[in-house]
Every structure is written in C-alpha cells, then in structure tokens.
Write a protein that binds this ligand. Sequence first.
Ligand SMILES: Nc1ncnc2c1ncn2[C@@H]1O[C@H](COP(=O)(O)OP(=O)(O)OP(=O)(O)O)[C@@H](O)[C@H]1O
Length: 284
Amino acid sequence: MKIEVKNLSKRYKDTNALDHVSFTLAEPKIYGLLGRNGAGKTTFMDILSGHILASGGEILIDGENPFDNQRLTESICLIKEGNNFKRDLKIKNVLRIFAYFYPTWDQQLADELIREYNLNPNAKVKALSKGMESALGIIVGMASKAPITIFDEPYIGLDAAARKKFYDILLEEFEAEKRMIIFSTHLIDEVSLMFEEILILQNGKLVMKEEAEVLRNSTCAVSGTADEVEAFISDKDVIEKKQIAGMMTAYVHADMKQAQSAGLTAEGIPIQELMIHLTEKKGA
Ligand SMILES: Nc1ncnc2c1ncn2[C@@H]1O[C@H](COP(=O)(O)OP(=O)(O)OP(=O)(O)O)[C@@H](O)[C@H]1O
C-alpha cells in the first residue's frame, strides 16, 4: 500500500501537534517513527488510522482518505500503549471480534502467540496485568496481518524477555510475509536494528526520513585531538561536538572510512544518540 502525507497539520488550541508534514511511504518495510515527548507521533498515527481528522493537508492511502473509510480501516491495525480493548471482554472474544474485522486475520498465529505468552483465553481484559494486556495487543497486531500495522509504544509493563519475544516474532513474521509496519518507541536502542527506515518528528515537523542503512553509513562519531577533528569536520555537517581537555569527539555526516584514513578514530552513532542530537539541534 502507498501512504502519501501531504502538508499534514493538526492543531489543538495553541499547539501545532503536526505542522505541514509531507512524505511518502510506499514499501512494505519496518519503519521507526521516533521523536521526543510531544513530537506528534501519536497524532500522526491516529490520523493515519482514520481515528481523527487533520486540521490541514491530508493523508492518502492508495489515493483515499482513511477517515471513516471502512475499506481502508480493515487494512490498518493500530495498537496503542494501552486501552486497546473493552475491559469486560474475555480474551477469546477480543480475538473473535478482531478476527471478524480483519479479512487478513491469522487465527493459527493468534493461537500460537496466546500460548507463547501464556494467556488464558477465558480471562477478562480487566483481570490482566499491564504486561499481559500489552501481550494481547501485540498478538492482535501481529495476527491481524493488516497491510499497515502500527505499534505505538506497544509494550508498557512487558519485561525484557517478553519484549525480546515480541521482536523475534515481529521479525520472523515480517520475513515470512512483508507488510508495512510502523513502530513508535522510546526504547530506540533495543529495536533500532529492526528498523529499515527511520522518520523523526520534532515539534510537529519531520526533521529526518532516511533508510537506516544509509544513516548508519553516512554518519559517524570521530575522535582525536581537537585540532585533527576540527580540521576533518571543517567542511562537514556537524551534528554535535564535545571537547575534553585537548581531545574532541564529533558526530558528523561523513563516511567512517574517510575519517579513519584521516587518522581519526571513527565509530557508528547509535540511532538513539543520533535522534537526541538531531532533535536538540532543531531546537528542542
Ligand atoms: N487531544 C489533545 N488535546 C490537546 N492537545 C493534544 C491532544 N493530543 C495531543 N496534544 C498535543 O499535541 C502535541 C503532540 O502530541 P502527541 O501525543 O502526538 O506526541 P507524541 O510524539 O506521541 O508524544 P509522546 O512520545 O510523549 O507520546 C503535544 O504537545 C500534545 O500535548
């Protein structure tokens, strides 16, 4: 499916939650949607899922507006941080409802994951711990097999082992059957290797959209004496630099090999660091 975001804006009283955002997503990839608190991520995902209306601009999915659009909403599954399900329903009935709603629903996968996460199908949602409720969200998101599956911080309360299980399942399922997965998280270091493309929002604006591989190959942290580093970065786009005594480390848009052949130490920048510095630079 193709998502075209054109000049998208959303205003809440005095806040521009989204401010003339434009981009296109056209491939079944795992997209990381990143940004600091209040950057506009949830607002974007809500508009994309057809839950709320934009104040300006538009999102088109295969040429159509998702708001109140049955044909499209059965192709989009949004799993949020919590409150995804009616609290009085039993798990098995939650699954029935979603199975009915999504034409792509995979019951076998849902059953497998229910066992994997040790959930009791007869338990009511309100009796679940936070982590169990998140596990149910993950199960629904994965089993929906929706061509556009969106996870907005889907794992509140899940411990590290259960999160790892989720990442393994997600990658396995994605490899078996590619679909568009949009993943928003603050646990960036944990998941950044899964991302194939990264979008960063800051104060309602898109400040970066780049393939993860390109990003990894085109940015690096260079260290050496302050004079050497300054000489190397003088003609480059510098993200951040810090100096201690005579030594300097700079985060810069440059090829790692180029820095190494200039006699500097160069290593990759973790996506989380990059996000923090890019958003600071843009005036966080
Ligand atoms: N329903 C609302 N009413 C008023 N303001 C809102 C509403 N929803 C979001 N906002 C504001 O819009 C901005 C963007 O919020 P949004 O929830 O989209 O950010 P986010 O990137 O998802 O943040 P977080 O990472 O903290 O979840 C924030 O300033 C927020 O306070």
